[in-house]
Design a protein around this ligand. Structure first.
Ligand SMILES: C[S@@+](CC[C@H](N)C(=O)[O-])C[C@H]1O[C@@H](n2cnc3c(N)ncnc32)[C@H](O)[C@@H]1O
Length: 406
């Protein structure tokens, strides 16, 4: 039962005052319902596309304003449940879902700690949520219990190296008796008169939309992680880190590259010999404030699929026959009046200039990536191979699809 100190009630009220994030400017849905299950399987190293069922059961706890709808549109044959403690965020999501006609989405007002799902979901997406609870391990235990044995959890938690100034400022606001007070936070940000990383970062963020500023600087509760502490939290919940998740947000911030940040051959070989978790720890230790977002896929320890390493996934990619994605996207744009309106045509999914378009253009559904790249002056290997795979074959870069399965 809720009491005055119930952390889920407090966070629910906070996110009802500042629903997060603001509405997406555009929503999209592929015209091929199998596309995103296949791309998600590919990111996990399954180029046969058997790991994620098209009619998956999906849960998006702490879905906020957009996320459950974005997932429901990407997985149109799935049954998607979105849940949140903020009634206002859910209402905004419900209205948008009605406007785009997403009928595979159910929304529930509930805290994760109140859920009791068992072996229920193939895919759980929980980003930016469990770190807002004083006991994130309790919530992670609920998510782990909800996963089917072969299921996958997409999880993002705060990276401690990104949050030093932010948690300091939150503490200062608490000491001044102004926790959660947006006007006081802005006044304080403007009044600080000694230059520091804190003042610089705060002033930059004053130009952000209010919800963004509040989400960052005013949060009533946050816990931060390193790869090591997240790995331990996962283990305590019966989970293991499986793979980093590529996301447009991380790419846009330049905080997405888990390859160790040095080129020395001898040391690079040592780094490559580490197991994945230790190599990610190494990268975080050496990139500190520029280390990647802690956005990972996790799996139950009893998952029947073999646990692949990053190197295994790279090799499987090299040996897969690939073809350009032919699916097109339906698009809705958010108008001035606030509603979503469909575009009158579908759009192709084409890689931007940052991707290796030469591989995309050469992919013919007959040859493997190894064959397609054999004649390149430097056939991809190591970190370059990993970046090639992640730049073309995953949900965040939906451009190449293995041709070995439908
Ligand atoms: C930073 S927002 C992230 C929203 C969404 N996951 C995304 O990435 O766009 C955090 C959301 O989680 C919700 N939330 C926080 N703690 C929760 C909990 N224990 N149970 C359910 N929802 C929670 C908040 O109300 C808020 O909508």
């Amino acid at each position: 039962m809720s009491t005055d100190t119930d952390p889920e009630r407090i966070i629910g009220e906070f996110y009802s005052e500042f629903p997060y994030p603001w509405h997406a400017e555009r929503l999209t849905a592929p015209d091929d319902p199998g596309l995103y299950p296949a791309l998600l399987a590919q990111e996990l190293g399954d180029f046969t596309h058997r790991r994620i069922p098209r009619d998956a059961r999906v849960w998006v706890p702490g879905c906020g304003v957009n996320q459950a709808l974005i997932v429901a549109l990407r997985f149109p044959d799935a049954q998607v449940v979105g849940s949140d403690v903020s009634a206002d965020s859910l209402e905004l999501c419900r209205t948008a879902a009605r406007q785009v006609g997403a009928d595979n989405l159910t929304l529930r007002e509930e805290g994760i700690s109140d859920t009791a799902h068992r072996d229920a979901f193939d895919y759980v997406v929980c980003t930016g949520v469990i770190h807002h609870h004083p006991d994130p391990g309790l919530l992670l235990g609920r998510l782990a219990a909800a996963l089917r044995p072969a299921g996958v959890l997409e999880l993002m938690v705060y990276n401690a190296h990104h949050r030093r100034e932010i948690t300091s400022f939150q503490e200062a606001l608490r000491l001044l008796g102004c926790a959660g007070d947006l006007a006081a936070a802005k006044r304080l940000a403007g009044a600080l008169n000694r230059p520091s990383a804190l003042t610089r970062q705060l002033r930059e963020d004053l130009g952000e939309p209010e919800e963004q500023f509040a989400d960052t600087w005013l949060n009533p509760c946050e816990r931060n992680f390193t790869v090591h502490t997240l790995d331990r939290l996962a283990a305590a919940a019966g989970l293991a880190l499986e793979a980093p998740c590529a996301t447009p947000l991380a790419a846009g911030l330049g905080l997405d590259d888990w390859c160790p940040p040095f080129a020395d051959g001898q040391l690079a070989r040592r780094a490559e010999a580490l197991d994945d978790v230790d190599r990610w720890r190494l990268t975080q230790a050496l990139t500190v404030d520029r280390s990647p977002l802690l956005w990972f896929y996790l799996r139950r320890r009893d998952n029947p699929w073999p646990l692949l390493g990053e190197r295994d996934r790279d090799e499987l990619f090299l040996d897969s026959v690939v073809a350009p994605v032919t699916a097109r996207e339906r698009v809705w744009l958010r108008g001035r009046s606030g509603g979503y309106r469909p575009l009158d045509r579908t759009l192709p999914l084409l890689p931007g200039p940052a991707a290796r378009t030469d591989l995309h253009e050469a992919a013919d559904g007959r040859r493997t990536v190894r064959e397609l790249t054999a004649s390149w002056p430097e056939p991809p290997s190591g970190d370059a191979l990993r970046r090639l795979r992640l730049g073309l074959t995953v949900p965040a870069a939906p451009y190449l699809r293995a041709a070995t399965a439908g």
